[in-house]
Design a protein around this ligand. Sequence first.
Ligand code: DGL
Length: 247
Amino acid sequence: MRAGIFDSGIGGVSVLKSLMDSKIFAEMIYYGDTARVPYGSKDKETIIKYSLEALEFFAPFELDYLVVACNTVSAYALESMRAKASYPIIGVVDSGVLALQNALQDKDSPILIIATQATTVSQVYPLALNNLGYHNTTSIATPLFVPFVEEGILEGEFLHQCLHHYFKDLQTPPKAIILGCTHYPFIAQEIKSYFKGETLLIHSGEAIVEYLRSQGIYDIHHQTQVEFFSSENSEKLKLIAQKLLAL
Ligand code: DGL
């Protein structure tokens, strides 16, 4: 099976990594819209327009599935994309919610959702969680984590100050955190240790794998071939992706 992986930039490599480990797909085509990242600061119409343009990029590849690794695209553009595509399109939001539901039974538990500005404003995560009875949710837009990851700053005092900037006013330590942005799994350990290691983290990549398996998509291949493309400077994307995949 051949899957496309779409992200606004490089962060979707966190999802790609989980999919590679799962060996579900024999071939994966990664496309990052690096010329126009970040999507998280853009409006709904722009996010939909760019996402539909990404479908045009994938058109020659005859995909079996498209995995939208980007939370911001998953929050705004899935419906418009599905209306135009002839293959299934899977987003990270539903998968993340399902993963949380599987991992956390206590509906009173405090849940923190961190994401881009656009995903936070869309409220897709708290609305879906509230529908399932999880009522104790807090959302914080944490866009500064994105450039930290892009710069390769994955630990240290500078990152710690940024974590403190966003989390210092939380009244109760969260029982679970939804990493609602593709970049965040790369700083997951730092987020976990900020909360003394006692918080459950929901990672989009692992959630997608869990979701695909729950849908009976089980093919196991011994080797997964990956090709990288981006809207500018594919060589740079390939280099950063290789570094992130090696973490
Ligand atoms: N890929 C985006 C997401 O998961 C984060 C980066 C951006 O703002 O485009 O929401």
